[in-house]
Design a protein around this ligand. Structure first.
Ligand code: AMP
Length: 318
């Protein structure tokens, strides 16, 4: 069983360095640091590190650690929640002596000496819980590990709203909140926005274009983000906003980047949109994906293609 192989690799190796994806969300941090904490609790003598870019506006949840290159020499490297190697935060991930991938995105890039990918899991954090449960007490669900994994599951299920929430997800969440941490505080923190983020939500609603079929799109220009003095990682607070509208079936948000081009957030209540994301330098889940648009022509292209996907979906009778 792959879980046993991963647990044996963890038992056999020291140090262990855990990576996650760039632009971390709660599941990236939850799975990364949740695993780190479970290893620390089970093996107090091992050196375990969580690395990557600054955790930014999620610093209340976890912080990265800085390590020198020589730590990688004999290290086991584990990457969580990251579908492909270009998205791994900290490019030194391939400098260890062994590499493991643990993820729940479509396995388009099966990197690693061991690869455990389960598309049916709500989140990578749910998989880390399953790994701990399969470890016969070798890995330990400390309070801190449970807090991280709970935050990851809440993040990737939209507080148990999205259709990736399974009976198993809720069973895992039930086990996690038996531990000593404050789940309400985490839910509140993840539900909280700054006034500037709320104003950006207002901008998104004000500028939303909705096609007759229910494909919505909005372009957020650099000036709107700069006028509100928002950091890039604060913009993610508006990704779900159009989905609250009854007439919206799928939506795209185009966030103009400081270096040019647009970061694209694609979301859907039914039509599969990760094929569209893949066609535009992106990827992700069937109903939640990200992509890139090099210029405004590509923005228009994606808008048109999204509208077509929504039309096809409604004529297919779903
Ligand atoms: P986002 O819209 O950035 O919140 O991303 C939604 C989902 O799509 C996440 O699961 C990401 O991992 C994935 N995703 C976002 N951007 C990309 C990209 N450029 N390439 C591959 N997957 C992506």
């Amino acid at each position: 069983m792959i879980q046993t192989d991963i647990i044996n690799a963890i038992k056999a190796n020291n140090p262990i360095i855990i990576h996650r994806h760039v632009n971390p969300d709660p599941d990236a941090l939850g799975s990364q640091v949740g695993l780190a904490e479970a290893i620390r609790a089970g093996f107090p003598d091992k050196q375990v590190y969580q690395v990557g870019s600054d955790t930014g506006n999620l610093s209340w949840l976890a912080q990265e650690q800085t390590i020198s290159d020589d730590v990688y020499k004999d290290a086991l490297v584990i990457v969580t929640d990251t579908a492909d190697t270009p998205r791994i935060s900290d490019t030194r991930f391939n400098q260890g002596k062994m590499l493991i991938k643990i993820d729940h995105h479509p396995n388009d890039d099966a990197y690693g000496d061991l690869t455990w990918v389960d598309n049916d899991a709500s989140s990578a954090s749910e998989l880390i819980y399953d790994l701990i449960a399969a470890s016969d007490g070798t890995l330990k669900l400390s309070d801190q590990a449970a807090r991280m994994l709970y935050a990851g599951i809440v993040g990737d299920t939209g507080r148990f709203l999205f259709n990736n929430t399974t009976p198993h997800t809720l069973q895992v969440a039930a086990e996690l909140i038996k531990k000593d941490f404050d789940p309400t505080a985490i839910n509140n923190q993840m539900n909280t926005v700054t006034l500037a983020q709320a104003r950006l939500q207002g901008y998104v609603i004000d500028h939303l274009k909705i096609s007759p079929a229910g494909a919505a799109s909005v372009t957020v220009p650099r000036t709107a983000i700069e006028d509100l003095k928002l950091a890039d990682d604060q913009v993610s607070a508006v990704v779900g906003t159009p989905g609250r509208l009854d007439i919206v079936v799928a939506w795209a948000e185009f966030i103009e980047q400081a270096e040019g081009g647009y970061r694209v957030h694609l979301r859907s209540k039914g039509p599969i949109i990760n094929t569209l994301a893949k066609a535009h330098n992106g990827g992700g889940h069937p109903l939640a994906s990200g992509a890139k648009a090099a210029n405004f022509d590509e923005v228009i292209q994606i808008e048109t293609q999204l509208d077509q996907l929504v039309k096809d979906y409604s004529t297919s009778g779903k």
